[in-house]
Write a protein that binds this ligand. Structure first.
Ligand SMILES: C[S@@+](CC[C@H](N)C(=O)[O-])C[C@H]1O[C@@H](n2cnc3c(N)ncnc32)[C@H](O)[C@@H]1O
Length: 217
């Protein structure tokens, strides 16, 4: 999905206000769970006092909210969904750190030149929403000064079958949004080419978490 003009993009239609409100309720009830929680813990390991965060496709913002509460100084969240950004901003106000977050609405790949490098970069369940994985992963990796973490579907028959079924459902409902099963080898090769070294990986039935470090940092 190489879009998008904020307002009526496939992302706005897929990740709308109803979707965002439901997700926010879950986050307020349980906090970050599963691989999202593991992603936050791994990015924060050893202390992140004073560090900067770039979250791409933050949704309600679980990762940047939790990293700010763990000591990070500032965060930028770039999300193509207006509804999600509105909810993430409201949650930042509720948690008392809105003055330390900059919210940017739009496609990260087209906006990447305007985004400053950050110590910690996170993409939680975002790579599977975007056709041009090489641009999304490559451009975001180039902005990671210290650590880079992502959650994306496992490279398995189950993941590929899920993608086909979900896209069928989206097509039947006339949605322009699509999901993508990118190959793990391709993602890993791009991150390695950007000088990042894997420090942690975890899997569930469908998803995988991988956290990388820049050795020179
Ligand atoms: C499945 S949601 C995940 C939200 C959140 N990270 C989570 O795990 O709950 C995917 C999010 O990524 C955003 N997104 C996908 N591709 C993007 C891109 N190229 N630039 C900015 N945001 C993007 C969507 O708008 C949406 O908010």
């Amino acid at each position: 999905m190489d879009c998008c003009t904020p307002g009526d993009s496939p992302f706005d239609r897929q990740f709308d206000a109803r979707h965002a409100a439901r997700h926010l309720r879950a986050y307020r009830e349980k906090g970050a769970v599963g691989l999202t929680r593991a992603l936050v813990e791994s990015l924060a390991e050893g202390g992140i006092g004073g560090q900067s965060v770039l979250e791409i496709g933050g949704g309600v913002g679980a990762v940047h909210h939790d990293l700010l509460r763990s000591g990070a100084a500032t965060a930028v969240d770039v999300d193509a969904s207006r509804a999600y950004v509105a909810v993430a901003r409201g949650e930042a106000e509720r948690q008392g750190h809105a003055d330390r977050v900059r919210y940017v609405i739009g496609d990260f790949v087209t906006l990447a030149d305007e985004i400053e490098p950050a110590d910690l970069v996170a993409l939680d369940r975002v790579v599977c929403c975007y056709r041009d994985m090489a641009a999304l992963v490559g451009r975001s990796a180039s902005l990671a000064r210290r650590r880079y973490g992502l959650v994306y579907p496992r490279d398995s028959w189950l993941g590929r079958a899920g993608t086909v079924l979900l896209n069928l459902e989206l097509w039947l409902s006339r949605s322009p949004f699509r999901v993508y099963a990118h190959r793990t080898d391709d993602v890993e090769a791009i991150l390695a080419a950007h000088g990042l070294v894997k420090r942690l990986s975890r899997t569930t039935l469908v998803w995988q978490l991988a956290v990388y470090e820049r050795p020179s940092a």
